[in-house]
Ligand binder design. Structure first.
Ligand code: COA
Length: 167
């Protein structure tokens, strides 16, 4: 199992992984087939992020297949550039084996190396596995976004969570 930064050439496999992760649980922001990026757009995002340090994706690869990812996008403008907003997912066949934690470690290492100060994310209130991982990793709950999501006809609350790093 290899954790590494995603490159432009990963765009097709990454877009496929993202859609699969979205389709496996109701814990992601998007439903099956709703992925907001085409392969071409994703390639452009990877290129832009590599040039500007405005974001990063780490993937977990097993037997040349992508099985998990963490994506972080920095805040826009100087006043928010110290923050990075995170989304992540691991294929259900591979959850509970420490991949999520390894991906977060890679992302935090990247954020430290860029002098960033705040990791932030939003998580469904009932996503126990994710919340447990984030809390063990040092994230704290900051607030509730009430009825943030509408899933299968029900409004669902989400927690804002964040971890402060560096100085
Ligand atoms: C959330 C997710 C990214 C975590 O990745 P993962 O590889 O499963 O995470 P890890 O194995 O590194 O750690 C999971 C931690 O969750 C906890 N955990 C494991 N199984 C659990 C379960 N059934 N219920 C609750 N917590 C559980 C454990 O504390 C574990 O840490 P530990 O092994 O050190 O005790 C992954 O499960 C996933 O992609 N889920 C579906 C999509 C999703 O929820 N994305 C996040 C949206 S905010």
């Amino acid at each position: 199992m290899l954790i590494r930064e995603a490159k432009v050439q990963d765009a097709p496999a990454f877009v496929a992984l993202f859609d699969r992760v979205n389709s496996e649980t109701t814990f992601m922001l998007f439903e099956r087939g709703e992925s907001p990026t085409s392969v071409e757009h994703q390639s452009q995002i990877f290129e832009h992020w590599a040039k500007t340090d405005s974001g990063v994706v780490f993937v977990c690869e097993e037997d040349k297949e992508l099985i998990g990812f963490v994506a972080g996008r920095r805040g826009v403008g100087r006043r928010q550039a110290h923050s990075i907003y995170i989304a992540m997912g691991v294929l259900q066949a591979w959850v509970g084996r420490g991949i999520g934690r390894s991906l977060l470690e890679a992302l935090e290492g990247w954020a430290q190396s860029k002098g960033l100060h705040r990791l932030e994310l939003m998580v469904n209130y009932n996503n126990e596995r994710a919340i447990r991982l984030y809390e063990k990793f040092g994230f704290e709950r900051e607030g509730v976004k009430r009825h943030a999501l509408r899933i299968d006809g029900h409004y669902i609350d989400a927690f804002y969570m964040a971890k402060l790093i560096g100085g």
